[in-house]
Design a protein around this ligand. Structure first.
Ligand code: CMX
Length: 135
C-alpha cells in the first residue's frame, strides 16, 4: 500500500488550477471529467504522490455537498492497493463501513475505487484505489 493522492474540494477548478500550477509551480499532469462521480478534476504531481483538485459538476455531487456543509478544503486521502476488490471484502469482513458494495470502475477503466466512510476512519474519508495503468 502507498499514498496515492490527496483530494481537495474546490468551488472553481480553473481558478484553483491557476494557483497550484502558476503560483505554486506544481506540474499539472491531467485534467479530467469523471461523470461516475460527478466531478471535474485536476491532478498535480507532488513528488511521489499527487494532489487532486475536485469540483462538483452537479449539486448532488459528493464534492458540492461537502463544500456546502464544510467549505473548501481537504476532502479525502487516497491509498493505492494492489487489489481493491479483495481489499473491499477484507475491510467489510472487519466491520469497516464502505460507501460502495463493490468498487466502481471510473475514468474509462483506468481506475477502480471505493471509499471508507469517515465514521470508520476517525473523521477522514479514505479512498482505496487500484490503477490499471499509472498516468
Ligand atoms: N471528510 C470527512 N468527513 C466527511 C466528509 C469528508 N470528505 N464528507 C462527509 N463527512 C462527514 C459529514 O460532515 C458528516 O459528519 P457529521 O455526522 O458530524 O455531521 C458525516 O461525515 C456523515 O455523513 P453522511 O450523512 O453519512 O453522508 P454524506 O451525505 O455527508 O456523505 C460520504 C459522505 C463520505 C458518504 C459521501 O461523500 C460519499 O459517498 N463519498 C464517496 C464518493 C466521493 O466522495 N466522490 C467524490 C470524489 C471522487 C473522486 O475522487 O474521483
Amino acid at each position: 500500500m502507498r499514498l496515492d493522492h490527496i483530494g481537495i474540494a474546490v468551488k472553481n477548478l480553473d481558478e484553483a488550477v491557476k494557483f497550484y500550477r502558476d503560483v505554486l509551480g506544481l506540474e499539472l499532469v491531467k485534467l479530467e471529467e469523471v461523470p461516475e462521480e460527478k466531478v471535474r478534476t485536476a491532478m498535480f504531481r507532488a513528488g511521489e504522490v499527487f494532489i487532486e483538485l475536485l469540483q462538483g459538476t452537479d449539486p448532488e455531487s459528493a464534492i458540492s455537498k461537502f463544500i456546502e456543509k464544510r467549505g473548501e478544503g481537504i476532502h479525502h486521502i487516497a491509498i493505492h492497493v494492489d487489489d481493491v476488490d479483495a481489499k473491499t471484502e477484507e475491510l467489510r469482513s472487519k466491520g469497516v463501513a464502505l460507501t460502495y458494495d463493490k468498487p466502481r470502475v471510473v475514468a474509462h477503466g483506468e481506475r477502480k475505487i471505493n471509499f471508507i466512510h469517515p465514521k470508520s476512519a476517525f473523521g477522514v474519508l479514505l479512498e482505496i484505489l487500484t490503477r490499471v495503468e499509472r498516468k
